[in-house]
Unconditional design. Sequence first.
Length: 424
Amino acid sequence: MDVAVDAYVQIWRTYDLGMKIIAFTCGVRHARIARMIDSHYVQRSAYLRLLRWRICFRYLHKVFKILGSISLGLFCVAALLWHHFGTDLSLPVLADSTPILLAIVGIIMSFIPPKKETAHIVACFVLIVIALVGTAVLTAVRLRGENSHKAEINTLGAKLDAVGSQNTKLSNFLIEERGTGRMTEADRRRGIETTLRNEYILSHDPIDPEILAGTKMPPAAWMKEKLHDLGENWTVSEEVSRTAVPSPRSYIVLAGGPKFTGPNTAGIEGSDFIAGSAIAFNIHYKNTGPNSIQLVDQAAVAFLKDDYKPETQKAVLTQFAEEVKREKKAFNGPKPDASNVHTVGAGTEEFITDSEWSDTWERIAFTQDDLDALKTGTKIAFVLNEITYKDAGTIHHFRMCMWLQPPAASAGIWHYCQIFNDSD
């Protein structure tokens, strides 16, 4: 502080010497100018002596004395806000309160005029300190808001880049699937249209709400250019039918429980088994319509197991998959006497027979011990089916696993397994 004051005095001495030289040059009476300049010098020197650090210390002491209780109360309130709500909520509250606090301080000082002349400096100092604190709070809030916004923008940009990268990988996969036969051409083209729409949405702003909703394709010229870049020789229409609804599809569903195939003089199903009867159950299924369906593949098998525990059900499913694989390997397709692949009309009911097969592809027959065990519950009958069918060019599957509750009898009680009932 002393160095600053001495430097300031030297500046005014230089100014004094310059004024004297100007006065002498202009022919003005030197004594009068000198007295006037000396008077200014004395006044400024006296004012500067007031700014020495001891006087400043006394001013600061007065400031803290005036702001003592008020500042302590405000500090406690700010600390409680920060502790309870955290920095993100406390700073905006303080920023909103800053103009009100400045107004309150100004009102108080206007009603309590300084008692001494030097107190004006204290009042100005107090206002400056409060204004600086308020400015610091406002600046901190603004900077935090800008940083938070930048972080949010960066995060959003990273997410969009990740989505765009995944969309590109999916598009490349669909292009590689061309001509492989692993998926239908219609499904492949729909997938490419979706990826191109996603790419258009990510690369353009603003976006037509209809394109976002999927009821409208991107501009035809843009789509044509992109399809050409991908090596595709087909085009799409910009408009997608807004009133189009998903095409109704047909389902294969179970039509009643499995039926016994014991001997019957009338030649109908549903009779109890006898020793020597084939382990076979008829499974009736139905096409719910409204479309005809094309059967692609059928797999059906029956097993006798010791229980129906979850681990047994998993083992049965594993054995079923192995049986299907073994059959396809042995016959290069289904067995010669398997049901023919054909079309099933809407509302038509058909059946398939689940049997247990030997290693030589002959049906295994019940023994009397098997029949007794089915009645006492020491043996459990399982039936499993998987029918692959095509509806409107799309592949679907009917899957079913059931076990027979003892005592086993015709029209018995069948339960679904905990697994392998996820048809699509």
